[in-house]
Design a protein around this ligand. Structure first.
Ligand SMILES: Cc1cc2nc3c(=O)[nH]c(=O)nc-3n(C[C@H](O)[C@H](O)[C@H](O)COP(=O)(O)OP(=O)(O)OC[C@H]3O[C@@H](n4cnc5c(N)ncnc54)[C@H](O)[C@@H]3O)c2cc1C
Length: 290
């Protein structure tokens, strides 16, 4: 590893001020689980790392809001989210997804902000957060802005964050009775990165789907809402036929990429089957609820 400078600010504002919009070799480090791998394999050689570990403790906290949503600081560990009693109760899809994300050692170190900023399309949390309509607050020297999760991911390992902008917190709105599910589809070994991730969230009234969010990840460049599938579901009765039609619509519309985990036609078939399965899982009594 090439030597680098390490800054350890005490405040989030100071951390932001230590970034340089003109110098992409200066990066924040949170849990370090992704960054250290990139550095060890020489994919990334920083001139300076700005450690976020010493900033105000409120950036590590996770709370349920009075409205029933989630507010999590960027430095909150994935394991803290996973074990938060309020999240387990009100957002079981999140807790269940985290339980299948890597292993407990990684989850106890990796952070919410680092997870989202890394923007690896194979990651499990981003599609679920997109289905739940989450957003992040980004903080830069010129102030802060809210970015819907769907706008945060700009492409393959690419976000819409400016070089001197940090994720400060994650917000997930109250789900108000919506039901959700996530399916991680691995094609090689069970702990491999997925060939496909599917996250869905449905608002159902008296057996009719009022609103649907269907998200595909891993098989595509970034977590993506499948609008044709959502349109197919809206107004339909909760039924296997509606779920199959949505799977078909998603399979046709998805911009699928081939890689070592499968060819594009194979992944398209995975989408066809697993979108329908995720919808069935969300609506079954054995599903993950919201
Ligand atoms: C062995 C292993 C297995 C894994 N398996 C899975 C898996 O099954 N599913 C899955 O989804 N993920 C998996 N991961 C990935 C893991 O989820 C990420 O490595 C982790 O979430 C990154 O968080 P971090 O805090 O360690 O980020 P870091 O490594 O500290 O940072 C990652 C990136 O985010 C930037 N960054 C950090 N914090 C901020 C911030 N607040 N604002 C802006 N930019 C920031 C950094 O500069 C860097 O570019 C695995 C990782 C490992 C090492």
């Amino acid at each position: 590893m090439i030597p680098f400078e390490l800054s350890e600010p005490d405040t989030f504002a100071e951390a932001v001020s230590l970034l340089d919009p003109e110098d992409p070799t200066i990066r924040p480090i949170a849990g370090g689980t992704a960054l250290m791998l990139m550095m060890k394999s020489n994919v990334f050689s920083p001139s300076r790392l700005v450690s976020l570990r010493g900033v105000e403790t409120r950036y590590s906290e996770v709370d349920l809001t009075p409205e029933g949503g989630i507010r999590a600081g960027a430095l909150a560990r994935l394991g803290t989210l996973e074990r938060h009693a309020g999240i387990v109760g009100a957002f079981p899809v999140l807790a269940d997804t985290l339980r299948i994300l890597s292993n407990v050692r990684v989850r106890n170190v990796a952070t919410v902000g680092g997870n989202l900023a890394h923007a690896d399309p194979h990651m499990d949390l981003p599609p679920v957060l997109l289905a739940l309509d989450a957003s992040v607050t980004a903080i830069s020297p010129s102030g802060q802005r809210m970015i819907p999760i769907g706008d945060l991911f700009a492409g393959y390992y690419e976000t819409s964050l400016a070089p001197d902008e940090l994720i400060g917190e994650l917000s997930v709105p109250a789900q108000n009775g919506r039901v959700s599910a996530y399916i991680k589809c691995t094609t090689r070994s069970a702990h491999d990165w997925p060939a496909l991730g599917v996250a869905v969230s449905l608002d159902i009234a008296e057996g009719t789907i009022v609103d649907a969010r269907v998200v595909v990840s891993a098989a595509v460049e970034k977590p993506t809402r499948m609008q044709d599938a959502e349109i197919a579901l809206k107004g339909a009765s909760v039924s296997e036929a509606a779920f199959r039609a949505a799977g078909e619509a998603a399979a046709v519309a998805a911009d699928v990429i081939s890689d070592v985990r499968g060819s594009a036609p194979y992944k398209r078939q995975l989408i066809r089957v697993n979108v329908a399965r995720a919808l069935a899982k969300a609506t079954s009594s054995g599903g993950m609820g919201s």
